[in-house]
Structures are given as structure tokens and as C-alpha cells.
Design a protein around this ligand. Sequence first.
Ligand SMILES: CC(C)(COP(=O)(O)OP(=O)(O)OC[C@H]1O[C@@H](n2cnc3c(N)ncnc32)[C@H](O)[C@@H]1OP(=O)(O)O)[C@@H](O)C(=O)NCCC(=O)NCCS
Length: 183
Amino acid sequence: MSHSSALALDTLRLHSTLYTGQWMRTDIAGRTGVTTRLAGVEDWLLIDGFHRRCSPEALLHRWGRGTVRQRDWMRLCLSAVSFLTELPADGEAVALTSIGPVSDAPDVVDIGIQVSDAWQRQGLGTALVCQGARLARSSGARLLTAQVQASNQPMLKVLRSLDADFTAPEHGQVTARIDLSSV
Ligand SMILES: CC(C)(COP(=O)(O)OP(=O)(O)OC[C@H]1O[C@@H](n2cnc3c(N)ncnc32)[C@H](O)[C@@H]1OP(=O)(O)O)[C@@H](O)C(=O)NCCC(=O)NCCS
């Protein structure tokens, strides 16, 4: 990564703290709001439990593998800022959203997201990508990107709802690009 030209991870971290305070609330249709907070290396056990409640197919879309190891999480913590979405009642983790700078691409932030299978199709993915986009913009980014498999209809739908445009598929993958000036 070229630290001189990419939006600095520290800047994203700082703005994430300012943006979320201790946590932020996301309301989803017909349910009590869930809460979202910054996550770090110390959250590994929660992160592990969360991923164990996700199907291998769903993990494959996000990670390119059916299991997530501790070293994958550690690596992600070094390259991105992550947010854990939890149920207010018992703290069960239901979503993990990560945003990080893109090498040699100033003003660009990339987002990755996982909603646990049981919590999909309730508007949570869309709400969290929207929050990620606003946070990226408030950190100085102009463009939000996401790497998505061309067959991943749910994520393509989420991104289309935010007016993303898409590169042509390459090896089954597309890059979605969201102009943050309109978010
Ligand atoms: C992609 C993902 C984050 C979407 O989360 P979500 O909470 O289900 O998203 P939403 O509820 O906001 O749904 C967004 C749209 O996708 C649609 N959708 C969700 N799951 C779907 C499915 N399995 N098949 C078809 N459409 C689906 C929803 O109906 C909704 O469309 P609508 O607004 O027209 O009703 C979630 O499916 C997921 O975690 N998938 C596995 C990991 C992944 O693919 N990550 C993206 C790569 S970084």
C-alpha cells in the first residue's frame, strides 16, 4: 500500500470514532434498532461466533473462503476499520462491516459487509452500506468501491440502490463504484 497517496487508515479511524461516538443505532423495518460499534482485535471471540453463524456460501461471497481464521481478522484489522452490529438485548453480533483505504487510489475507500444469514433481507445490509458511505465521505473520500461476485444478486441490489456503477466482470468479479458526492 502506498501510504502517501491513499486515504490514511488513521484518518478513517479518527472519523469513525467521531461519527459513531460509542455506538450508533440502525433501525430496521418492524424491529427494535440494532447497535453498531467499532470492532478491534480484542473482539475475535465475538467475530468468530458471528462467522460460525454464517453459511459457508455467504462467507465465500465476502472472504473468498468458507471459514474465517483469527489471522484473517487480524489482517483485516490492520487494513480497515470494522464495525460490529449487535442485538441490543444480548449483544449477539448480526453484521460486520469494514471500510478501508485503497492502495494508490487517493480519496477511494473500499467496503466489505457480511450480514448473518438469519438477519438478511430485512434492510440491514442497505442501511449499513449507507452508513459506511456517509462515514467514508465525512473522512474525505470521494468514491466508495466494493468488490462483488457478478452472481451476488443481493449485494448488487444493495449497491444499485445507492446508484453504484459497475465495471465489466473480470474473472467473475465486478467492482462497484459509488460517487460519494451524491450520498
Ligand atoms: C449482501 C448482503 C450484505 C445483503 O444484506 P441484507 O441485509 O440481506 O440486505 P437488504 O435486506 O438491505 O437487502 C437488499 C436487497 O437485496 C435483496 N435480497 C437480499 N437477499 C436476497 C437473496 N438471497 N436473493 C435475492 N435478493 C435478495 C433484498 O430483497 C433487497 O431488495 P429490495 O430492497 O428490493 O427488497 C447479505 O446478503 C450478505 O451478507 N451476503 C453474504 C456476504 C456478501 O455477499 N457480502 C458482499 C460482498 S462484500
